[in-house]
Design a protein around this ligand. Structure first.
Ligand SMILES: [Zn+2]
Length: 246
């Protein structure tokens, strides 16, 4: 009887072990947990290998060939009488060169801020001979001789090699200087000294040039001395009008 029980227990043990062994694999096929299953990210499919881009037969052009006019445009600004003489002198001692230099320096600064290669030039600078630039303007001021006279003047050389270009520079200066300063154009008093201005005979004939008389040192004094920033802005805007082809 005891032996029979032992054999039965042994058989049950063997059956249990077999049952365990046979049920394990079916457990593993189940998902680990119902939550993890759906959220499990699918294994990404392998992205296709990019095909090699064919090598260009010729090296790509990095930048266009530099044109001869590359770089900032050049502008020459003469401070009338500077490093030469005082110019006109009023009875109270005010000198023309003081106004000219103040305004010309400001014009150069404005143009440089706008990205142009602007240069301040003396009245009889050695650099004027054959001077090449995209624009050239000489800045002068009229005397105190006629106390009631008011207004500005602009002129170019009479015998111009590029009359259309220089007329456009003159027109731009008249339009913009008048607009910014509010001064009127003193039309009928362009003098021979202006149209035969010495620098016009020195600079390269293909450099568009003009001379401006900013106003009269008596009647226009307040504008010329107290508002030289506005006066300079008027000249600079006239030059920019020309350079931008407006
Ligand atoms: Zn002068």
């Amino acid at each position: 009887m005891t032996v029979g029980l032992f054999i039965l227990a042994g058989l049950l043990g063997v059956v249990y072990v077999f049952w365990l062994a046979s049920s394990r694999p079916s457990d593993e096929t189940k998902p680990a947990s119902p939550v993890a299953g759906p959220s499990a990210t699918p294994r990404p499919t392998r992205s296709p290998r990019p095909t090699r881009t064919p090598r260009p037969t010729e090296p790509p052009q990095v930048s266009p060939a530099p044109s001869p006019t590359a770089g900032p445009q050049k502008v020459g600004v003469v401070a009338g009488h500077w490093q030469s003489d005082p110019g006109a002198i009023c009875p109270d001692g005010l000198q023309e060169v003081t106004i000219n230099l103040d305004v010309a320096s400001r014009v150069v600064a404005i143009l440089q801020t706008e990205g142009y290669d602007a240069q301040l030039l003396a009245e009889f600078s050695d650099r004027l001979e054959g001077y090449k630039a995209d624009a050239f303007v000489s800045i002068h001021t009229d005397s105190c001789a006629v106390p009631e006279a008011s207004g500005f003047k602009v002129a170019r050389v009479v015998a111009s090699a590029i009359p259309a270009e220089e007329d456009r520079l003159v027109a731009c200066l008249i339009r913009e200087y008048g607009r910014v300063t509010g001064l009127r154009f003193h039309e009928n008093s362009i003098t021979f000294d202006m149209t035969d201005y010495h620098a016009f005979r020195e600079i390269d004939p293909n450099t568009p040039g003009a001379i401006i008389e900013l106003g009269f040192m008596a009647a226009d004094r307040q504008l010329l001395t107290d508002h030289s920033d506005m006066v300079a802005q008027g000249v600079a805007q006239g030059i920019l009008c020309f350079l931008r082809g407006e």
